[in-house]
Ligand binder design. Structure first.
Ligand code: PMP
Ligand code: GLN
Length: 396
């Protein structure tokens, strides 16, 4: 075989060349290599509810889902997704035609963009953005157009004029994420209403990533974009079990949307994984039917962890943007005399044995976000307290 590595033509195609390794893998490897506390990649260090884990074991033992499940997902899960959307938000979807189960939200994002974007189409996305958005827009041959969330009054806000200005005749869809990773912002009813009006006025599709729908704190409220006038028929709503039930390794996600959108997304999805996670789909169906007390307890536990880490970060000298949602807290490192988040995060294991994520990699503009660092608080209290002790060394 020819030696492809010495060929003048790069092996990796042009669409992916700019992306390299995802920052989450990079920083988790750094944590492992240096024995640091990993507050980088967002995954809990304890598993979700025992009864949900047992439901997966039962499904495996009973031979449910051990062979290819149906393409759209097992009926039990599709029905559970629609019951959840009705119970929480008053949205009604048909489990047969308006739900598609995917390999995590990640595949849902990829399949939606591959299905709906033509080469050359513009995709307007909130910046800083979750890293797979940019890669998937590129894979689809689209062009990403970022609209930057900026700190104002202690939280990151969307400038609605900027959003309007970003839409052109070439815009195909708006890619929204609320609660927002990495900033922890939860878009308000007013912001969402304005996004909805714009989408209707300009006849745009909307893909909305709501994987943190249950992780909202204080008096913040998650309002699905699909509930606004004119949105149900143009919105692909994405969620997943990973964050809500603390089983990020199961990779069970789903979309809810109008039948023709589901059909389009399924056309792409069937050639990606076709199907996945058979037995786990049954377990997630049971998880979605857990009583409100589960969701409330999980949320208040995480809110307490947010405060534990947030207070510690403030004491260590960071400026903290109080998150109203997700399990991430974004900080500004400027008060520590630091300017470069990427360099700071690479030095942090050596300085105090903690790993975090530089938000700078989630921006197109090289200088915006340069001073922002994200910490995950979905960890045991002991782990967070130890991390806080270690971070305090930065203040001295
Ligand atoms: N979207 C956002 C905003 C995320 O933070 C993540 C990470 N969990 C995903 C999508 C991917 O979710 P999943 O693990 O279900 O693929
Ligand atoms: N969503 C997780 C985060 O933001 C990471 C998921 C991944 O590693 N792709 O940390």
């Amino acid at each position: 075989m020819a030696d492809m590595t010495s060929s003048p033509r790069p092996l990796l195609n042009r669409r992916l060349a700019e992306f390299g390794t995802t920052v989450f893998a990079e920083m988790s490897a750094l944590a492992l290599r240096t024995g640091s506390i990993n507050l980088g990649q967002g995954f809990p260090d304890t598993d979700g509810p025992e009864e949900v884990r047992e439901a997966a074991v039962r499904a495996l033992r009973d031979g449910r889902g051990n062979q290819y499940p149906p393409g759209p997902g097992v009926p039990e899960l599709r029905t559970a997704v629609t019951a959840h959307q009705r119970r929480r938000y008053g949205l009604s979807f048909d489990p047969d035609t308006e739900v598609l189960v995917t390999a995590g939200a990640t595949e849902a994002i990829a399949a939606a963009l591959l299905a709906l974007v033509e080469p050359g189409d513009e995709v307007v996305a909130l910046e800083p953005y979750y890293d797979s958005y940019a890669a998937c827009v590129a894979l689809a041959g689209g062009r990403r157009v970022p609209v930057t969330l900026r700190p104002q009054g202690g939280r990151f806000r969307l400038d609605l004029d900027e959003l309007r200005d970003a839409v052109t005749d070439r815009t195909r869809l708006l890619l929204i994420n609320t609660p927002h990773n990495p900033t922890g912002t939860v878009l308000t009813r007013e912001e969402l209403a304005a996004i909805a009006e714009l989408a209707v006025e300009r006849d745009l599709l909307v893909v909305t990533d709501e994987v943190y729908e249950h992780l909202v704190y204080d008096d913040a409220e998650h309002v699905p974009l699909a509930t606004f006038p004119g949105m149900r028929e143009r919105t692909v709503t994405i969620s997943s079990a990973g964050k809500t039930f603390s089983f990020t390794g199961w990779k069970v996600g789903w979309i809810t949307a109008a039948p023709e959108l589901v059909t389009a997304v399924r056309s792409a999805k069937q050639y990606l994984t076709y199907v996945s996670a058979g037995p786990f789909q049954y377990a997630v169906a049971e998880a979605l039917a857990l009583p409100d007390s589960y969701f409330d307890g999980f949320r208040s536990d995480l809110q307490r962890k947010r405060d534990l880490l947030g207070d510690g970060l403030r004491a260590a000298g960071f400026e903290v943007y109080q998150p109203q949602g997700t399990y991430f807290v974004t900080t500004d490192i400027t008060p520590l005399g630091e300017k470069d988040a990427y360099a700071f995060c690479h030095a942090l294991p050596e300085r105090c044995g903690v790993v975090a994520i530089p938000n700078s990699v989630f921006y197109d503009a090289p200088d915006v976000g340069r001073n922002q660092v994200r910490f995950a608080f979905c960890k045991k209290d002991d782990t967070l307290s130890e991390a806080v002790d270690r971070l305090r060394r930065l203040a001295s």
